[in-house]
Design a binder for this molecule. Structure first.
Ligand code: ZN
Length: 323
């Protein structure tokens, strides 16, 4: 049976799957990334995992995978297949596509950015299904975004598009790792809300989920922390929707697990801020932590669709025929 390899590399764990042509998950597996062993060992772990998946597919389905899609964190040059930089994995300029393709004995490989790859899946088969223009914003350790236009994700001229977490929403505010102050992700990521609630509640172990529970139970201190974060988030989102005019705004990540405790005040805060802009539909992500892996599978299938439709390929064949 024809299938592809899908692999989503995270800071601590990797999720993988073999995906059929209809998008069905034929086989799923997880492994630790093992970043404590250093970047070279991580790259070896990734390529070995992919090779094992290829071997499994060959044995189980009588043919090896037709393509592979791999999502990695950090800065990614998808066009050239280079994992440029990932702070949490410590690598720089890893020729990931070439290494994987060699290990997979020539199987074509697509490399993607983790959030953009997750956004691809949310846009095509998840919460944004059917939307021609969407913005996917997961609120996790940090905040990033994926801009979806007609079924593909816009990655920008240099692979940096969608970095909504570094829009300055509180000028002169808390310093950010990017070098600016008052960035959205320093105020409205799950990590930022955890830190703010730990400080306000006096419990160093309290996190964003605890804050959401306290909000739901009517705690005024929690409500103050929560509404601060939502205000910053709405400011950042309104900047993004003013620029992009998305039809659907998909919010995911750990903070979105708070459900209506987040979405009801967030929709109100965004509605309060817009003047002439059209309000997008603001919806929770549907695919959870499998979005990256499902998106990696879509990247792999897209690669095969592009191969057959490649005009240069067609020209070569035509030349052969006429010669
Ligand atoms: Zn920043």
């Amino acid at each position: 049976m024809k299938h592809v390899i899908a692999l989503d590399v995270g800071g601590t764990g990797m999720k993988a799957a073999l995906v059929g042509a209809d998008g069905a998950l034929l086989h799923e597996a997880r492994r630790a990334t093992g970043r404590e062993r250093g970047p070279e060992a991580v790259v070896e772990t990734i390529t070995a995992f992919a090779a094992d998946l290829r071997a499994y597919g060959e044995e189980r389905y009588g043919e090896s995978a037709s393509a592979a899609g791999v999502a990695v964190p950090g800065i990614v040059d998808a066009e050239n297949g280079i994992a440029v930089y990932a702070a949490n994995l410590g690598w720089r300029d890893v020729p990931m596509r070439a290494l994987l393709s060699e290990r997979l004995r020539g199987v074509p490989v697509a490399l993607g950015h983790d959030v953009r790859t997750g956004g691809l899946a949310e846009g095509r088969i998840g919460a944004g299904k059917g939307a021609d223009r969407f913005l996917f914003v997961p609120l996790g350790t940090g905040i990033a975004g994926a801009i979806g236009i007609n079924g593909v994700i816009e990655s920008g001229a240099h692979g940096y598009a969608g970095e909504i977490g570094h829009i300055v929403v509180r000028p002169g505010g808390i310093p950010c790792g990017c070098g600016q102050r008052g960035c959205l992700e320093r105020l409205a990521s799950a990590s930022a809300v955890s830190a703010a609630w730990a400080a306000a509640s006096g419990d160093p172990d309290a996190d964003a989920a605890d804050c959401a529970k306290a909000v739901a139970s009517g705690d005024p201190r929690a409500r103050a922390v929560w509404l601060d974060a939502i205000g910053a988030l709405a400011d950042g989102l309104v900047t993004a929707l003013t620029l992009l005019d998305p039809r659907t705004l998909i919010i995911g990540g750990g903070l979105a697990e708070a459900g209506e405790t987040l979405f009801t005040p967030l929709r109100a805060a965004v509605a309060e801020r817009v003047t002439f802009q059209k309000l997008p539909l603001i919806v929770p992500a549907a695919l959870g932590d499998t979005a990256g892996c499902l998106g990696a599978g879509l990247l792999a299938w897209d690669l095969l669709a592009t191969d057959t439709a490649d005009p240069t390929h067609a020209t070569e064949e035509a030349t052969e025929v006429s010669a």
